[in-house]
Design a binder for this molecule. Structure first.
Ligand SMILES: [Zn+2]
Length: 453
């Protein structure tokens, strides 16, 4: 069965325009079986040029439903039919994206009547809907309204169907359908067993080595996307995949951390470069010739453990600024630049104690930062109802994470947290998280200051 579809829209791009009218004509290739037609409130203003092209004005739509109001009926009508339109990718793109906004999957086979009529009626000057219809003797009532164009397209389709025969038409439709190509070692059952919750999945080879790992908000859906390929082409070497393992994580943040640690530990060959973050900057302390200690943010020198490492320059610079203020260090002596404007600062040249005082404060700042315990606990949704995820962060480093069911006030955090390696990638994820979330925020995650000393 074929659904001939025509829509009118407020523009050309489904991310910036809406549907104002739809008409669906269902045909078996010979006769019209059913018609669905509706005006739709597009959710976007209608440009004047489009109003004069289609005749559809905002006033006409004031009692029309929004797309969500007809989505269920439309989906029921379309999902099991071959989707046909003149320049099908335009109409299909809008409708698929409107369904996607409502979390409704829509993947029918589709057919384009431009392509079909090129094949059935070769050698025409133009295959625009108006031209091809008039050249094969179809008259269009209400051109540029969904109903008029859909009925004309359905007549054109039925002519093509008659000329080309059903076998060829159906073959052309199925060539466009995206299909799932599974690794030969796996079955549909293996895929449908995967959870549809947030976490990390692993493609493994026969030896159990991880070939690829990825994070997803819906593991099963994301894995299916890897195997959902057009015309059998895929970037993955499917024959190498022997099994798919997974780890549910409860939320996106734990998924990101789990993925980062897995990549760091296993270096999967398909997780190509670019993922590696690295501590690129550090705060270093070093004496000048006069014996005065300087504090400087610089490129991290591999193998040098004396500095305080950071994945990003901004984080290193911000921390240095905070240390200087907190420990009342003279910013000029520390950085050897500019003039000191701090009232009563120790930096005046007549102060004989200035080097001792300065160096003491710098050493104290660095020591305290390296040995302080600034612990934060981030809680988020767990893997099952009533479970919580807990991530322990200390001085910007991820200590580890774990899960707890019905946690009490006095539960020992240490018994829940599984320790993880301190790697630049997880530091970068957490510093990104803290740029968007603060203690006291409401939402999916809660941040608690554990202790500060
Ligand atoms: Zn000063």
């Amino acid at each position: 069965m074929f659904a001939i579809v025509d829509i009118e829209t407020t523009g050309g791009n489904p991310t910036a325009a809406g549907i104002t009218e739809i008409c669906v004509v269902v045909t078996d290739g010979k006769k019209v079986l059913q018609v669905f037609e509706s005006l739709i409130q597009p959710g976007y203003p209608i440009p004047r040029g489009i109003v004069s092209l289609t005749g559809i004005s905002e006033a006409m739509l004031k009692d029309a439903p929004v797309f969500a109001g007809i989505a269920a009926e439309l989906h029921h009508l379309l999902h099991d039919k071959i989707f046909v339109a003149h320049n099908v990718n335009f109409d299909f793109g809008f409708i698929q994206s409107a369904f996607a906004k409502l979390d409704m999957d829509f993947h029918p086979a589709k057919l384009c009547t431009v392509k079909l009529s090129r094949k059935a009626f070769p050698g025409k000057r133009s295959y625009s809907l108006g031209e091809i219809c008039s050249s094969v003797g179809i008259s269009i009532q209400n051109r540029h309204r969904a109903g008029g164009d859909a009925f004309a397209t359905s007549e054109l389709f039925n002519l093509c169907y008659e000329k080309l025969g059903s076998a060829q038409v159906i073959k052309m439709a199925h060539a466009t359908k995206r299909k799932v190509v599974l690794p030969p070692a796996l079955t549909e059952e293996d895929i449908s067993r995967l959870p549809d919750s947030p976490g990390v999945y692993f493609f493994k080879n026969q030896q159990g080595k991880i070939l690829y790992t990825g994070k997803a908000n819906n593991i099963q859906k994301r894995v299916r996307q890897h195997f959902d390929v057009k015309r059998g082409k895929t970037a993955l070497q499917l024959e190498k995949i022997d099994r798919i393992d997974f780890e549910t994580c409860g939320n996106e943040l734990v998924s990101l951390l789990t993925e980062a640690v897995a990549i760091h530990e296993h270096w999967p060959e398909w997780n190509v470069s670019g993922k590696h973050v690295g501590n690129k900057y550090a705060i270093y302390q070093y004496p000048t010739q006069s014996g005065m200690l300087r504090l400087q943010t610089e490129k991290h020198r591999k193998g040098n453990t004396s500095g305080i490492p950071f994945p990003r320059f901004k984080d290193a610079k911000q921390t240095l600024g905070k240390l200087i203020v907190q420990h009342k260090i003279c910013p000029v002596l520390a950085r050897a630049e500019g003039l000191c404007h701090t009232p009563g600062c120790y930096c005046g040249s007549e102060n004989p104690e200035r080097t001792t005082l300065h160096n003491q404060r710098v050493e104290e700042a660095v020591h305290q930062f390296q040995h302080q315990k600034n612990q934060m606990l981030i809680t988020g949704p767990g893997r099952v109802i009533n479970e919580k995820s807990l991530i322990l962060v200390e001085n910007g480093a991820v200590v580890g994470w774990g899960f707890s069911l019905g946690m009490k006030e006095n539960t020992a955090i240490d018994s829940i947290i599984k320790h993880k390696p301190d790697i630049p990638e997880t530091r970068a994820i957490i510093s990104g998280f803290f740029r968007q979330h603060q203690p006291g925020d409401s939402g999916m995650y809660q941040i608690k200051n554990m202790h500060n000393h």
